[in-house]
Structures are given as structure tokens and as C-alpha cells.
Design a protein around this ligand. Structure first.
Ligand SMILES: NC(=O)c1ccc[n+]([C@@H]2O[C@H](COP(=O)([O-])OP(=O)(O)OC[C@H]3O[C@@H](n4cnc5c(N)ncnc54)[C@H](OP(=O)(O)O)[C@@H]3O)[C@@H](O)[C@H]2O)c1
Length: 385
């Protein structure tokens, strides 16, 4: 098999510098190893700064051009909504971005309803507020757990009723719905099961699509309420093993854009966050090195491991996992990167339909808009037999 990738040397340099052990020769001289480590750290740092400054420039361009255009086009700003009487619903707060967002908004005084899938996570989530108060002493808001699986229609309806009752009781209004709950698994399309594809679409697309309809009556009670859909860079640039996940996120991206226009009439603004690589449980799944025959989402078992299709797909999977693992030191960012975008989205007067969270997301978006499609697909690692 011949693999052609014109960006090979450049990518290899970045990937190597970003943390691959053993790429620095076999020198046993400690001083040399120390110098190499310093050099490696320096280069990772230079690349990160470079990426961050590029992404700031892209951000400024996006925000200022959009705001200036909004003024010239006489787009009316959204009304300012006070934090104290506002509640926010975030799905999937048991870990990662959802949990981080819930904490940040509780700090700022919002009442946060967070959805989890079991009683244990519910208890843990609600007890977080006392931890926040002990640590920071500045958590003014409240955290309420709601048990809900986004794929379960009955639970979603029950959640609307329980949240509505709670809002009435505490004299609050629902300021925002943040569709964050999501699912990811790295499975090559050729070996994926139908159940896997259905599960992916159910959680990443049908779930949010259902919630934006069910919660609409609560959101329209005040003008200027917002919906934020947490999407992914995979919605506009795909790659090996990202096919099914990317398809579900691309559906959400397209849906968000249409909603943005339809719901504007109702006083609800809708944004989509194209999230880059954030260091959470989801991204760490790439490190799981189980063979494809052991994945619950493939239609193969150990007996198939000698077939050419299996071997090719396993090789592709290993290459992709290597690539992610080696570049994680350079690309993975903290949850803060995504939180800043969501916060801006909830407070801003002229919210954008799309935000790009993380420097990799902004740089990829800019590259995709200037690069011919054929070149982009080839650079993503096309294989030639
Ligand atoms: N991390 C990244 O680099 C990255 C990049 C692009 C986009 N995103 C998106 O960001 C969002 C959050 O991901 P994360 O990185 O924070 O991952 P995470 O730590 O794995 O969190 C995922 C959350 O979604 C919940 N969830 C999964 N299936 C659910 C279902 N059927 N019903 C209700 N909740 C469900 C999980 O609950 P359980 O604990 O019960 O499973 C968990 O709370 C996802 O939409 C993801 O696609 C993340």
C-alpha cells in the first residue's frame, strides 16, 4: 500500500514535537536528552503561541466584521437579560464540557438545570455547588439535576414538566438551552453496525432536535432567550474514523442554521459552536487501543481478523489513533476554550450563528474556506492502493 501525503514532513515535525516518546534518537547521554526535551517544549510552545495568535486574529475579524455589518444592516440587538432570575438548561453535565459550563454559570449567579442519566450522577452534580462555594466562596447560583436520556422521548417530556414547575415555583425564566450531551466512537464506516449509526444520530442529532421543540414554549416566555448547540469541527471537516460522528454533527450544524432563521421570528436566537479538541473523557477514548473486533459498534469478531478488509481497517484505525495520540500534547485544550464561546453567546447583543471554540477549530475553518476541496481531502490522508 502506498501512502501519499505531501504534508508528511511538516505534520511529522509537529506531531513529533508534540509528545511522541522515543522520537529523539537513542542517546543515553542525559545532558543530550535534557537539551532535546527543552528544545521539544520550546517548539511546542512556539507552535501553540502561533496557533493562539492566528486564532485571535480570526476571532477579531469574525466579531468586528459581524458587529459592523449588523449595525449597517440595522439588525436590532437582543435585549439584555439579568442573570439573577435566569435559568439555563445544559444537557450532559456528568462530565467534560457540560459539567464545566454548569459550574461556570453557577459561579455567575444563574440557576443551572443539568441533565444526567442516573441518580448517582444527579447526586454528585447537586453536591458540586457546596464544593464550589467552599473552594471559591463565590458561587451565587444553584445547580439542579434532571434525570434524562436525550434519546428517551418520555423522559424528555417529563423533564419539560418538572423544569416548568420549578421555574414557576422559584419565579425564574428559562434564558437558555445548551445542547451539549454527545456521543463519540472511532469506528471505520466499512465495519460499523446499523445500531451504531442509529445511536450516533439519536444522541447527537435527534436528541437536540427534539429538545429545541419541546422547550420552545418555555424559551419564548422572554424575548432574547437563546439556544446553543455544541457541535464539532467534524461537522465541516471530516477524516478517517470520523464519518458517522461527523455526519451527526453536520446534521446538527445545518439544523442550527435553519433554526437560527426560523426562531428569530419568535425572539429566540440559535447558535452552533464548532468545538475543537478539548481534553475530556470523549477525546481520551482515542487512547483506547482495543482491536476493532472487540468494539461493540463493529460487525466483526475475532474470526474475521484475517480478512483483508479487517486488516486494512485495523491499520487505518491504528494510524489515526497514533496521529491523535501524538498530536494531543499540541492540540488538546482545556474546557475553558469552549466555555468562553458559550458565555459570549449567552451575553452578546449580536450573537453569531456559528462560533469556533479552540484554536484548531478557527484555523481549520479558515484553511477550509481558502483551500480547494480536493486538496483538503488529499491532505487529510487519502490512501492509494
Ligand atoms: N471533547 C472534544 O474535543 C469535543 C470536540 C468537539 C465536540 N465535542 C462535543 O462536546 C459535547 C460534550 O462532550 P465532552 O467532550 O464533554 O464529552 P464527555 O465528557 O464524554 O460528556 C458527554 C456527556 O454527554 C452525556 N450523554 C451521552 N449520551 C447521552 C444521552 N443519550 N442522553 C443524555 N446525556 C448523554 C454523557 O453522560 P453519561 O456520563 O451518562 O454518559 C456526558 O455527560 C459533545 O456534544 C461532543 O460531541 C467535544
Amino acid at each position: 500500500m502506498h501512502q501519499w501525503n505531501p504534508l508528511g514532513p511538516a505534520l511529522w515535525t509537529i506531531v513529533t514535537f508534540s509528545g511522541r516518546p522515543g522520537c529523539w534518537g537513542t542517546s543515553t547521554n542525559l545532558t543530550n536528552i535534557f537539551k532535546m526535551r527543552m528544545l521539544k517544549n520550546l517548539i511546542v510552545r512556539i507552535f501553540r503561541y502561533l496557533f493562539v495568535y492566528c486564532s485571535i486574529a480570526i476571532d477579531l475579524w469574525d466579531i468586528y466584521v459581524h458587529s459592523i455589518l449588523s449595525i449597517f444592516l440595522f439588525v436590532r440587538p437582543l435585549p439584555y437579560i439579568k442573570t439573577e432570575r435566569s435559568a439555563i438548561l445544559i444537557t450532559g453535565v456528568s462530565s467534560g464540557i457540560g459539567r464545566y459550563l454548569a459550574h461556570q454559570f453557577a459561579y455567575r449567579g444563574y440557576t443551572v438545570f443539568g441533565t444526567v442519566r442516573n441518580a448517582k450522577d444527579a447526586q454528585k452534580f447537586e453536591s458540586d455547588i457546596s464544593d464550589l462555594k467552599t473552594k471559591g466562596g463565590k458561587a451565587y447560583g444553584h445547580l439542579h439535576a434532571v434525570v434524562m436520556d436525550v434519546t428517551d422521548k418520555e423522559q424528555c417530556r417529563a423533564a419539560v414538566n418538572s423544569i416548568e414547575a420549578r421555574l414557576k415555583r422559584d419565579d425564574l425564566h428559562l434564558h437558555a438551552l445548551i445542547n451539549n450531551a454527545g456521543f463519540f466512537a472511532d469506528v471505520p464506516i466499512a465495519l460499523s453496525t446499523d445500531e451504531f449509526k442509529e445511536k450516533m444520530m439519536d444522541i447527537n442529532f435527534h436528541g437536540p432536535a427534539r429538545l429545541v421543540q419541546l422547550f420552545l414554549p418555555l424559551l419564548t416566555k422572554v424575548k432574547g432567550s437563546r439556544i446553543v448547540n455544541i457541535g464539532s469541527v467534524a461537522s465541516f471537516v471530516s477524516g478517517p474514523l470520523l464519518g458517522v460522528y461527523g455526519a451527526s454533527k453536520a446534521a446538527l450544524r445545518s439544523y442550527s442554521e435553519a433554526l437560527n432563521i426560523e426562531y428569530a421570528k419568535l425572539g429566540v436566537s440559535v447558535s452552533h459552536i464548532n468545538t475543537g479538541s478539548i481534553d475530556t473523557r470523549m477525546m481520551n477514548q482515542w487512547k483506547d487501543r482495543k482491536p476493532l473486533s472487540q468494539s461493540p459498534y463493529t460487525n466483526v469478531d475475532e474470526n474475521d481478523s484475517d480478512t483483508p478488509l479487517y486488516k486494512d481497517m485495523q491499520q487505518l484505525t491504528d494510524q489515526a489513533r497514533d496521529m491523535v495520540e501524538y498530536s494531543s500534547g499540541l492540540l488538546y485544550q482545556s474546557e475553558q476554550a469552549s466555555c468562553r464561546r458559550v458565555e459570549r453567546r449567552l451575553k452578546g447583543s449580536w450573537p453569531l450563528p456559528h462560533y469556533y471554540a479552540g484554536f484548531d477549530s478557527k484555523i481549520l475553518r479558515t484553511l477550509c474556506s481558502i483551500m480547494p476541496d480536493n486538496l483538503r481531502v488529499t491532505l487529510t490522508g487519502r490512501q492509494h492502493k
